[in-house]
Write a protein that binds this ligand. Sequence first.
Ligand code: MN
Length: 270
Amino acid sequence: MGENADLTKGPDRKTILVTNDDGVRSPGLMALFRAVRGLGDAYVVAPDRERSAVGHALTMHRPLRVEELGEVGFFSVNGTPTDCVAVGMQKLLPVKPALVVSGINRGANLGDDITYSGTVSAAIEGTIMGIQSFAVSLFLDPADGKVQHYETAGHYATLVASFVMENPLPYDTLLNVNVPNVPVGEVKGIRFTRQSKRIYDGAIHETRSPWGEIYYWIGGGKPFWEHGDDTDMNAVAGGYVSVTPIHLDLTNRAAIDWLKSKWPDGYGQK
Ligand code: MN
């Protein structure tokens, strides 16, 4: 694990950090690693097990253990995707990377779901640390059956990675890439999209243990989507690769003026 990278220096133009939230053994991670390693020196730092839907969680109340697996520069961490980026960047990689790529997630990361996503959060962490970052996910329709075209997502990950390495993204911005689950030749093209809106169906199942205690199990519902022509969901459902630029500053700037105009005089103000 050797010398730590000097993070005060600029990034090494050829070094790439690969991570995910499905775990170090997932086929999507291997497909992404294979796809980007032709572009430079790719390192993998990924969770030792599936950590989907952990969001941007950082492990602070227990130590993290890192294991270097068979291949050099291939690390497993018993933590979250965000832990992997933080530890990878500050302790494991010999130089500061030019790029953080996260995925290929098994299942899309669209609309409001990106706030739960460990995959997207890893790219957010990279962006916070000032590194060009993107997340890539494979859109799996339940009707698609068992074939998962990670090679298609890998192909587009290579294109996006090459682009981003040559064209630094605007400040505070990452890309959220979703790829339809079809062979490469059947992809209709690339669309630049906005984040869509998901309307929950409240899928929480109530169940009982053998001893009669009530439990709740979140998931398994069929969400409804607001389908605008220019949304991530619309693009990927229509057979296009969706590329959404995501901004880390969540401030609703117009709402600052709204608050100023609505807030009653003297209401908590001095
Ligand atoms: Mn996942």
